[in-house]
Design a protein around this ligand. Structure first.
Ligand code: ADP
Length: 315
């Protein structure tokens, strides 16, 4: 059996979209075109990996009828999954699209878990690592779990020499960066880096300076700071690279960071070189912005856009 990427989402959701001409407050609003999808950053990663034909298993925690809905959606898409079940409901996240492109969101916080759930999950996670070559961890943690859970997962993966790609923010990211075992790759955007160091970043020269000076980035092999349409600034060990992209027509940029993670993970798992890893991540991010559906890429366009990603090595 070929090795898979384990794509972890700890707080998945069913994302519900309610399009309305006008949102009437304190009145009944009837919707006709409801769409419900399995949501969560790691699920986007899993979907893009599946489209890239990279073997993937979606994992994390889910429960209740919402959990079943998510598993059914993954089954329909023929994406393997191995979530730890809990006896609470996973969450719904509702987006009301109304009044000329306005978006009002109602987000449930999801289940509240305990130390016992955390201990059980760590065993579940360790048992999921047979035949796994790369782990991706995306998004926030459900309430009740410790901020250092991702660090504990990184430690477990590192005993099996499995690299971990961590795409999170706030405390779970900070704690993982100061831990003994480092993630192999992190993919913050510029805002997440600014939040991490608690200081605004004015330009790319300053960003590069921060990545080379701050000790929290030491020992992380790849720091991929994605910059939306501006591509990325990437630190690979002690080298810096600036990735630039062609002009494209953006249809829906939601989930581009997750698609970038999928591209990076796929290239790392297949043993690609550093340039190929960077270019693949940029290409899958770009391709996602060109589609209406979140976590979706048109693979037929891959080579055309891959060839237009430019890499400049910085001093
Ligand atoms: P996040 O969604 O995590 O904030 P970004 O917005 O930086 O991440 O997007 C991730 C990647 O997706 C970028 O590095 C780039 O490859 C691609 N991307 C995002 N927005 C655009 C855009 N407007 N034009 C071209 N590529 C884009």
């Amino acid at each position: 059996m070929s090795e898979s990427i384990l794509a972890v989402t700890m707080n998945p959701s069913v994302d519900i979209s309610y399009p309305l001409d006008t949102l009437k407050i304190n009145k009944v609003n009837r919707v006709t075109e409801v769409t419900k999808t399995a949501g969560g950053k790691g699920l986007n990663v899993a979907r893009v990996l599946h489209q890239l034909k990279t073997p993937v298993i979606a994992s994390g925690i889910l429960g209740g009828t919402i959990g079943h809905f998510i598993e059914n959606k993954l089954d329909e898409a023929k994406i393997k999954h191995a979530f730890m079940p809990i006896n609470q409901e996973s969450r719904n996240c509702i987006a009301i699209l109304h009044d000329d492109m306005q978006q009002t969101e109602i987000l449930e916080k999801g289940p509240v878990l305990t130390q016992r759930d955390e201990d059980k999950f760590l065993i579940h996670f360790e048992n999921s690592l047979a035949d796994v070559s790369v782990v991706t961890i995306s998004g926030s943690l459900p309430k009740g779990l410790s901020d250092n859970l991702y660090e504990k997962m990184i430690a477990i993966a590192s005993t099996k020499e499995i690299p971990v790609i961590l795409d999170s923010s706030g405390e779970p990211l900070r704690v993982s960066l100061v831990g003994k075992h480092k993630p192999f790759l992190i993919k913050p955007n510029q805002e997440e880096i600014a939040q991490l160091i608690e200081q605004p970043i004015n330009d790319l020269a300053e960003l590069q300076e921060i990545l080379s000076q701050y000790s929290i980035f030491e020992g992380v092999e790849w720091v991929v700071v994605s910059l939306g349409a501006d591509g990325a600034l990437i630190k690979h060990n002690n080298d810096f690279f600036r990735l630039t992209l062609p002009k494209i027509t953006v249809v829906n940029p939601v989930g581009s960071g997750d698609s970038t993670v999928a591209g990076l993970a796929s290239a790392i798992a297949s043993g690609s070189n550093a340039f190929e890893i960077m270019k693949t991540g940029m290409t899958t991010g770009m391709l996602n912005t060109m589609e209406k559906q979140t976590g979706f890429i048109n693979k037929a366009l891959f080579n055309e856009y891959y060839n237009q990603v430019e890499i400049i090595k910085l001093n």
